[in-house]
Design a protein around this ligand. Structure first.
Ligand SMILES: C[S@@+](CC[C@H](N)C(=O)[O-])C[C@H]1O[C@@H](n2cnc3c(N)ncnc32)[C@H](O)[C@@H]1O
Length: 230
């Protein structure tokens, strides 16, 4: 269920003025606000949140990262089930504005930081994370017209749908604690195979498990760095 609440009169990137009704959904019990410039929360992705929360139980001590956080709901829902700190990253300033508001509404602003940056520029040398959640745009550019309601920047992953996914996995590589986990969302298992081949010069990732959404809406994969394995 989506509710329209108010109008956000911020200008759109590119300088075009417009008004956008603020909408609100419940995502795993969390009130999440967004508007049409940001990808609408997809209910099936609560699975990624709950899986991330499970991984946090056995992960080393340390904070949780979400790359491509959008309005922040996947990472925030996971973090409600833990007392860990979190960093939510998105390249879109409008998405980050909503992620900050959603963090405050969830009363988590004391432990969740929102960074507006591309994945490859978002992390500081000292950042180390126990779990990294990645929800990149993964639709191949040639197929984005199948989703006319979705903001192009949020879904267009380049020719094979893997440009931002590869950027994110490379970004995480130097910032994952030993024994840490990555939980990445893609469109298909075939994309996962191609992605791991694309990034193998930077790190060898071991696939622990792949979950396929039963209506074919996406896959989520649990990865660990090969050198992390006992
Ligand atoms: C598929 S959406 C996911 C958003 C949210 N996690 C969700 O599930 O609704 C991808 C997000 O990645 C962001 N994005 C695109 N390129 C990026 C990049 N290079 N670095 C960080 N974020 C990026 C977009 O702004 C968008 O919010």
């Amino acid at each position: 269920m989506t509710n329209e609440l108010a109008y956000d009169e911020h200008s759109v990137s590119g300088g075009v003025e417009g008004t956008y009704p603020v909408q609100q959904v419940l995502f795993g019990g969390l009130a999440i606000q967004f508007d049409d410039r940001v990808l609408e929360p997809r209910q099936w992705t609560t699975h990624q949140s709950f899986w991330a929360a499970q991984l946090m139980v056995g992960a080393p001590a340390g904070p949780v990262l979400e790359l491509c956080a959008g309005a922040g709901q996947i990472g925030l829902l996971a973090l409600t089930l833990s007392d860990r700190a979190g960093v939510l990253v998105d390249a879109d300033p409008i998405a980050c504005g909503y992620a900050r508001g959603n963090t405050e509404r969830a009363q988590m602003a004391d432990r969740v930081e929102v960074r507006n940056a591309r994945a490859e520029q978002a992390l500081t040398p000292a950042d180390r994370f126990a779990v990294a959640i990645i929800d990149p745009p993964w639709v191949p550019s040639s197929g984005t017209d199948r989703f006319p309601a979705d903001p192009l920047f949020a879904i267009d992953g380049g020719p094979a749908g893997l440009d931002v996914a590869a950027e994110c996995l490379r970004a995480v590589n130097a910032h994952l604690l030993p024994g840490g986990s990555v939980l990445i969302q893609l469109g298909t298992a075939e994309q996962l195979t191609q992605l791991l081949a694309d990034v193998e010069d930077d790190a060898v990732w071991q696939v622990q498990r792949v979950w396929r959404q039963d209506q074919g809406r996406g896959v989520v994969a649990h990865l660990q760095r090969h050198q992390n394995l006992a």
